[in-house]
Design a protein. Structure first.
Lengths: 359, 329
């Protein structure tokens, strides 16, 4: 699966760790990361000094603390100093940067994290601020509203129905019952869901993700180092991300052009996966993504329950990679696709393909 | 004694952005009651952009008036508006293709009911009584609900877009921080001693960041009132948004005896700027219990709020720099 963004160095995930999605985690964000760092070091037998590079994705606006990301470095262990980087992006984009960094060939390991506490703030008001500062942010135009418009666009175009959205939610929430990290999970039928009132018509509250606190983390290693650190490393066979206009009026909301381009760059075959962990934060996004990726019905989508069962913003995308990698580690999947998105209505999309062997 | 259940805080940024050659005329147009699009090849873009969205070529400021009528594309009904939305009662967000424009604007439609909302419906731009040259000066209504307005033209060009961002946060105090606060309320300093390194942190974050060990109430230790100034700065306030200080003042770090981390951001204004120095020995004098104020102490910031009346020099000999050099900040 050669692609332009698949580098010459073989890179594998050798350990993954996640916190549960909490409605409100009572301790601070660094403590979320600290427990995961310890878990990954224990699983790999590494000392903290053995980690060559650390990189984290988080958002200072979420907790309302300028430079919150600096405190988060505590979560990796404050001493000795880390060689580190940070993105104001989901941890999945930290994974991309770490992957590129490892391609330089001078270091062997990278600890990648995403973390966030959405519980203290009002996410709907905060994320309105990522829209255009002249034309949209002053209107408080937020991702939930845009998701509602996307849903209506899908219905009007005949590409989906409200029943389709309810089926996505029903399946996801049921799958969440067997996921220890899930925050909301329930055995509920699509028919029962459709009886709920609208929240952002045609979306109902259950079409939205919960408000969550949490973190996810993984350790990447290069070539032979990966084989030393794990009996069953999960190899990254391709990774790419693309984005679309920040002006929603210029986008066809029923399509995900950026996902389609990323898939093309990776030479993706939508039938070649056992499982796809997609960052479906609003139920209609699953329909858009499935279509853009050309996923066939044989591909199991979001066996973890996905973000509809827990949405620790800034960790949600990286959690998709962790969930997919864990299935391969356990031998429950041979090839998996992980997807992350950023911005309203799938404005930006990242794809990462994983498998049990390096080629 | 105060309960310390939840902490509230507001984060504000008063953004002022220059509008530039394209957004400026558009916002000026809104203030004056008209909608402007920009020509991009054979197309008209509204809202206008500085670049062609497909070729990214810079566009000449060649404007054309569009609307005031338009056609709704996709929409959603906002049943429970946020405080930041343009209406506090239910309304719709929609893409609106204004007559004469080729790209839709995303904006609010104030409709009497969700039942009138549908793709293809006709809407008309309406203007607020008070207009400031912002996207919020305009909104849309179903054609049947529109009425005539007399719009007075404003003065000058809108060169700056003002947007006050104000976000509210509320959370429980983290357990460790709560015990620290309860200590201050009864007039004692509570730190934590790491079982892994023996280091004493105040205020503790609930873990030892050196060895990555979570700590619990069993690790709490009480610290004395005496300590050493390890570093300080004299701040001459500039008048930024939210600044309450007007005269130069001192902020210092004080390393309590037995602690490995200093208390930061200590107000030492009762010590003269001539007298203050690193190494000086001081003692905390707490305010009377009823007067202690905990503002500014939350899960994120440590400090001592308005709990300490003053730090008094003890008159003891100074502590040499070498003694506290590893604990200065």
């Amino acid at each position: 699966m050669a692609s332009r963004t698949h580098g010459k160095e073989d890179i594998a995930i050798v350990a993954v760790a996640q916190t549960p999605s909490y409605r409100a985690f009572e301790e601070t964000e660094p403590l979320l990361l600290l427990t995961l760092t310890n878990e990954i070091l224990k699983a790999t037998g590494l000392e903290r000094n053995d980690v060559d590079f650390t990189i984290a994705g988080s958002c200072d606006y979420l907790s309302g603390l300028p430079f919150a990301f600096v405190s988060n470095v505590d979560g990796f262990g404050a001493w000795p100093p880390v060689y580190e980087s940070h993105l104001e992006m989901d941890g999945a984009w930290a994974l991309f940067e770490a992957y590129v960094r490892l391609q330089m060939g001078d270091i062997d390991t990278a600890l990648v994290a995403g973390s966030g506490k959405s519980s203290p703030g009002r996410p709907r008001e905060i994320f309105a601020l990522q829209s255009n500062p002249y034309y949209l942010a002053p209107l408080g135009f937020d991702p939930i509203s845009l998701a509602g418009m996307q849903a209506n666009a899908l219905i009007d175009s005949g590409k989906a129905t409200e029943e389709d959205f309810a089926r996505v939610v029903s399946r996801s929430r049921r799958d969440g019952l067997s996921n220890p990290y899930a925050q909301v999970a329930k055995d509920v039928s699509p028919e029962a869901l459709l009886k709920e009132p609208y929240y952002a018509q045609p979306l109902r509250k259950h079409d939205l993700p919960p408000i969550s606190d949490g973190a996810s983390m993984l350790l990447l290693a290069r070539g032979d180092r990966a084989r030393e650190l794990s009996d069953n490393p999960v190899w990254i066979t391709g990774i790419d991300h693309r984005m679309e206009s920040s002006h929603p009026g210029l986008r066809d909301l029923t399509e995900s052009t950026s996902t389609r381009i990323a898939a093309e760059k990776l030479g993706l075959d939508g039938g070649a996966f056992d499982v796809a962990e997609l960052m479906v934060t609003y139920s209609p996004e699953e329909i858009v993504l499935k279509n853009a990726l050309g996923l066939t019905d044989s591909v199991r989508i979001n066996p973890s329950g996905g973000p509809l069962c827990g949405h620790p913003v800034m960790a949600t995308g990286l959690a998709r990679v962790c969930e997919a990698a864990r299935l391969i580690q356990r031998g429950e999947a041979g090839r998996a696709l992980a997807h992350a998105s950023s911005g309203g209505a799938l404005q930006q999309n990242l794809l990462c393909t994983l498998q049990a062997s390096a080629s | 004694m105060p309960k310390f259940e939840t902490t509230h805080y507001t984060l504000e940024y008063p953004y002022q952005r220059t509008t530039g050659p394209v957004t400026g005329p558009f916002l000026t147009g809104l203030r004056d009651g008209k909608l402007l699009g920009i020509r991009s090849g054979s197309r008209v873009l509204c809202p206008p952009l500085e670049f062609d969205p497909d070729t990214f070529e810079e566009l000449e400021p060649d404007f054309v008036e569009v609307g005031p009528f338009g056609t709704v594309g996709s929409w959603t009904w906002i049943a429970e508006p946020t405080r930041k939305h343009p209406f506090q009662e239910p309304f719709a967000f929609a893409t609106i293709a204004l007559d004469g424009a080729d790209t839709p604007i995303v904006h609010a439609v104030k409709a009497s009911s969700v039942d009138v909302m549908k793709r293809g419906m006709r809407v008309k731009a309406m203007y607020r009584e008070e207009r400031v040259g912002a996207i919020t000066d305009v909104y849309f209504v179903p054609e049947a609900e529109a009425y005539e307005q007399k719009i007075a033209k404003g003065k000058g060009e809108v060169g700056i877009s003002q947007h006050l961002i104000s976000l509210d946060f509320e959370e429980s105090f983290a357990p460790t921080r709560k015990r620290y606060l309860e200590g201050l309320a009864r007039g004692v300093f509570i730190g934590q001693k790491s079982p892994a390194t023996g280091k004493v942190y105040i205020p503790s974050k609930g873990y030892d960041p050196i060895e990555r060990v979570p700590m619990s109430e069993a690790d709490d230790v009480e610290l004395p009132y005496t300590g050493t100034i390890t570093s300080y700065t004299i701040i001459t306030p500039v008048a930024y948004y939210g600044q309450k200080e007007t005269e130069p003042y001192i902020r210092a770090s004080v390393l309590l005896d037995g602690a490995d981390t200093p208390l930061g951001q200590q107000d030492l204004r009762t010590i003269s700027t001539d007298e203050i120095r690193a190494g000086m020995r001081v003692k905390a004098i707490f305010k009377p219990e009823a007067e202690r104020d905990f503002e500014g102490i939350d899960n994120r910031w440590g400090g001592t709020g308005g709990v300490i009346d003053r730090w008094e020099p003890t008159g003891e000999p100074d502590v040499p720099f070498e003694v506290f050099s590893q604990h200065a900040y």
